[in-house]
Design a binder for this molecule. Structure first.
Ligand SMILES: [Zn+2]
Length: 193
């Protein structure tokens, strides 16, 4: 058996990538690698981001409201890196419209910028009309698995629900009742009664 191995065991489908947030004061251009985005309700609690687990959620129990965030794996041509792009509720609409129009996101080019000088300022996202040819793009990975690793979900006593395609943010996040399900909802949707 040869010791030479011209391909690493790990490829971009199992690697971890950093979460990339839109910078202040300049526009960024990205190409989507994931076919679909994922949404989740997050708390920023005790110095780190942690998904809302609904029932028995410590931040919720302390009156802290989660915020919906969307994620998509993307290629950043300016740095030639692969990132996990994070967007806020305001970005949901353009993402969903692009998905409706094109069927999937992979290969779609987008531009994102902050509308003010605050690091948490609102993000404006605009998709280009044309799709990049998929064969020339880096492979996409398992976005949910990457995020679960980042948030160390595996080490905790709860699990994500099976993925689905309804990544809609709650209608009115500031007034909705607290969730009571004992699971993290990757789609971030309020429970149906
Ligand atoms: Zn919570």
């Amino acid at each position: 058996m040869s010791i030479w191995q011209n391909k690493p065991d790990r490829d971009c489908t199992t690697q971890n990538f950093r979460i990339y947030r839109t910078p202040v004061g300049r526009e960024v251009e990205l190409v989507c690698l994931s076919p679909q985005f994922l949404g989740v309700k997050l708390h920023y609690w005790k110095g780190r981001s942690t998904p809302c687990i609904g029932h028995a959620c410590e931040p919720c129990g302390n009156g802290h409201r989660p915020r919906w965030k969307g994620y998509v794996q993307a290629y950043h041509p300016a740095t030639r890196t692969i990132v996990i792009f994070e967007f806020t509720e305001r970005g949901y609409q353009p993402f969903q419209e692009a998905l409706n129009q094109h069927g999937h996101l992979r290969g779609l080019r987008l531009k994102a910028c902050r509308l003010n000088k605050k690091p948490n300022g609102p993000i404006q996202i605009a998709f280009a009309e044309l799709r990049e040819e998929s064969p020339h793009l880096p492979k996409q990975g398992d976005l949910a698995a990457m995020l679960e690793r980042i948030w160390e979900i595996r080490q905790q006593s709860y699990t994500f629900e099976p993925r689905n395609h309804e990544n809609k943010p709650p209608e009115s996040p500031r007034t909705e009742p607290q969730q009571t399900e004992p699971v993290v909802r990757l789609n971030g949707q309020p429970p149906r009664h």
